[in-house]
Every structure is written in C-alpha cells, then in structure tokens.
Design a protein around this ligand. Structure first.
Ligand code: SAH
Length: 455
C-alpha cells in the first residue's frame, strides 16, 4: 500500500497465522505479517518491510496476551533460525499444524470431506533430534564459535545449548569447541573459502545410545585429528564411530561424497521396534526416533497387512519402513536413489534375516516402471518422497500398477495435496493423520491412506 512507510508504528488485532507461524494483521485489506504474534492478540508493531502486496512487521508489544502464549525456554530463540514456535504452547502448535492440513485439503475438491485426525504429538517435545549439524566459524577475536545460523542468514550464533538437540550432542559440541581453541584449529571461512573445519555432525542411535561424530573438513589434511579422537573417546565412552567427511566444494551442501573412518566402526546401529539398522554417515534416517515409531505404526495400521501382500516401499532410505513391514507381508520391494542407503537397506535385511525383501537403487519413477514390466503386482504401495513430492511419471505408473492401497507419507503437505489430486479419479483419500516430527518448528509431516475405487 502506497501510503504506508517503513518504520511506522501501528496497532492491530491478529486474525490469522501463516504456515510460517507469523501473525496476520490487516490494514484495510492489506496484510502485514508479524513473527511471534498470536491469533486474537492486540499488538503494537513496526513496519520493517513494505511491499506492493504485503508488509512485514516487528512485534513491539502485546497488549492482551493469547492463552496460547508461553515464555520461550531457549535464550537464543528470538535470534536463532532453528525453532519458530517456542512462544506457543505445545497444544497450540499441534492444533495449528492440523489446521494447516485442513486448510490445504478442505479448500479444494475433491477432499472437502476428508477426515483430518488430530496431530500426533510428543509427550516431551524437547531434546528429540538424533542428528545435529553444527556449523563452525570464528568470532572477531579468531576464537572458534559453534552454534546455529541466525534467521534467514549464514551468520553463526555461538551457543552452548540447544533444547531440541540430544543433550549429549551439546556436551560434545562444547568439548570440541574448547579443543578447537586449545589446538588452534584451522577454521573454514565462508567468505574467502579458506580454512579447514566446516561442520560438526553428530548422530545418536535412539535405542542403542551409540554416537557417531563427523568432522566435515575443507580438504583431506587434518592436523591434530588423532589428538581430538583420543580426547573425545576418553571423555565420551559411548562414541563408537568418529569420521572425517571431506567437503571441498563451495556450495551450501553440508557433506561431501567422501568419508574416512578415524576411529571405531564406520556405521552406527539403531533399533526400531525390534528391527536393527546400520546407518551410514550419508544415509537419510528419520531425525525424531520416538515420533518415527508413531509415524510408522500409523503407516502400518493404514496398510492393513495380513501376511499375503506384495508391498512396495518407494523412497525407502535405508529400508526402515519396508523392513518394519516385512514380517507382516509376503514380499517387500524397496527403491531409493542414494546408493549408500540402498547398501544399508540390503545389509539391514540380511542382518534381521528378513529374506522376503528386495532393494533396488534408482529413481523411484524408473524402477517402478521396471517392476511393472517384470509383472510385479503390488497390493500396497508406501510412498515417502522428499519435499518436492513425486515425479508425475511416478504417479502415472502407480495408477497403472493399480494397488488396492497407497499409504503416502509426506514432509510437505502442499506437494502431497498436488499428488493426491492426480490420484483422485481412481483413489479415494480415506484419511490423513499429521504427525509432529519437529516440535517447536513449523515443519509438518502427514500420513495419508488412499483406497482404490471399486466400480
Ligand atoms: N522412507 C525413508 C526415507 C524417506 S526420505 C524413511 O522413512 O527413513 C526420502 C528419501 O527419498 C531419501 O532417502 C531420498 O534420498 C530419496 N529420494 C529422493 N528422490 C528420489 C527418487 N526420485 N527416487 C527414489 N528415491 C528418492
């Protein structure tokens, strides 16, 4: 709106929340998005960005606090880009996530009447991350800093605790930071692309408590690697693997393709519901293990297996879902594009003596076409793609395979809604359950059941 100016202070009532958790205030019909404001609150805010169709406001004062408002427990919350919803009660976060799925699916046919279940939440929605990827940098006195990126930037905020990480990770992070300074470790500088240490990645097996520590370095030569290894293993006895990953690219991707083992095993082990998994440093593994068990259980309930079914586990990662289901199916075929993940899946099948499984490496859209040509006729297809959803050719082949049920897990309900529309002539969308895999953040995960329309 032309009459509005940057830095002006306004007051107004919050009428809605965006999918980023920002409050929406209207000046006439012009929307202003205000982070950290909640529905029903009367707020004072300053315009910090004024665009043609919307503005961004900074919250200055809340005149009447919403019953959903809480004091964020983390001291870094208002700076760090990691969490967005700590100022809301957990129940309000769960309700908001369900509402977003309702808005997405009920807004447009043919899903107006699809039941959306309440979001499955965590009992203790903290300390859930089994993997931490911590950037390393230097402050102006040349001391090592480690923490997280400031909102919408690549500036590192030095921090010594993070309430959504496994507590052991922050202890390891603080210990490593101390030794980086003692040893005068060379640290990577994003601006001039020089220096060695880029990221510290830590992974924990939820049920085994095995820890893997990965130093991501710009180049191979790693002075003092042995000293760090000895220090770490004497201080943290459950570290079972220490690796160096070499990333000498200038991109934002955290890990490079090559890793070497500096100490211990080259993989960590975890268990989910009596199945054991080997996990390589590069393979995808669900971040929140407690919630993964709920997510997979819901997916299995939806699959309604009797022991007679041919199941496809598409976008299978290290085979977790398929291996979970194999004891209740006739045969499981898994497909995944990352070679190390498929190697893990094959090893995991052997390790658990689940011989009724076949895992293939390739793009899901290509491999299911080959399976179709081989005459494989699935009864149930599990679909769990990355954020961009499925390739259109994948959906076309899926329709030809014509399984009785499709169980679609998604980390981005808007692409799931798009794909659901492509299925909707032949499949009835029976129900969707949101599952909170990332409490305190705006990420939403859903699992949906589709059933073939019989005519
Ligand atoms: N089902 C697994 C992994 C889900 S994450 C689990 O629950 O752990 C999505 C996976 O899809 C990732 O492992 C990613 O590598 C894989 N992927 C991405 N694009 C793909 C494609 N076109 N074909 C097959 N797999 C793909």
């Amino acid at each position: 709106m032309e009459t509005l100016k940057k830095n002006e202070v306004h007051t107004g009532k919050v009428i809605d929340l965006t999918h980023e958790g920002h409050g929406v205030v209207k000046i006439d019909r012009y929307p202003v998005f205000v982070p950290n404001a909640l529905i029903e609150e009367e707020i004072e805010y300053k315009l910090i960005k004024v665009k043609k169709n919307f503005a961004i406001g900074k919250l200055l004062e809340v005149k009447n606090k919403s019953k959903d408002r809480v004091e964020p427990p983390c001291v870094y919350y208002y700076k760090c880009g990691g969490c967005q919803l700590q100022h809301m009660t957990y129940q309000a976060q769960l309700n908001m996530k369900k509402e977003q799925v309702v808005n997405l699916f009920h807004r447009k046919g043919p899903f107006e009447d699809t039941p959306i279940q309440p979001t499955l939440g965590m009992e203790q929605p903290w300390r859930y991350r089994n993997k931490s990827q911590i950037p390393v940098g230097k402050d102006k006195d040349n001391k090592a800093i480690m923490g997280f990126y400031r909102q919408r930037s690549h500036d590192i905020i030095d921090m010594d605790s993070c309430l959504i990480q496994d507590e052991q990770h922050q202890n390891i992070m603080n210990y490593v930071k101390h030794w980086f300074n003692e040893l005068n470790m060379s640290i990577y500088d994003e601006k001039n692309k020089r220096g060695l240490m880029r990221h510290l990645v830590i992974r924990t097996g939820y049920h085994t408590d095995e820890i893997m520590v990965i130093f991501v370095t710009n180049g191979k030569k790693f002075k003092n690697a042995n000293v760090l290894v000895q220090k770490l293993i004497s201080e943290f006895p459950n570290i079972t693997s220490i690796k160096q990953n070499i990333n000498d690219t200038h991109s934002n991707v955290i890990m490079g393709p090559q890793s070497v083992t500096l100490y211990g095993k080259d993989k960590i082990v975890d268990e989910l519901s009596e199945v054991t998994f080997n996990i390589s440093d590069q393979s995808f593994y669900q971040i929140n293990s407690a919630q993964t068990e709920k997510l997979y259980q819901k997916a299995i309930d939806y699959a309604q297996l009797t022991g007679e079914e041919i199941v496809l586990d598409t976008y299978c990662g290290i085979g977790t879902i398929g291996l979970y289901m194999a004891p209740q199916a006739k045969h499981v075929y898994g497909v995944e594009v990352v070679p190390s993940a498929i190697k893990d899946a094959q090893e995991n099948a052997t390790k658990n003596q689940l011989n009724n499984t076949t895992f293939e490496c390739g793009k899901a859209e290509d491999v299911i076409l080959e399976w179709k040509a081989q005459g494989i006729k699935p009864d149930v297809v599990m679909v769990d793609p990355p954020r961009k959803g499925c390739d259109e050719t994948f959906i076309k082949t899926l329709l030809k395979l014509n399984p009785k049920r499709i169980v679609y897990i998604s980390c981005n309900p808007s692409t799931q809604q798009r794909d659901a529309q492509l299925l909707s002539d032949n499949y009835h969308l029976v129900e969707i359950t949101p599952v909170d895999m990332f409490p305190q953040t705006t990420h939403i995960e859903t699992v949906a059941l589709f059933e073939r329309k019989e005519n």
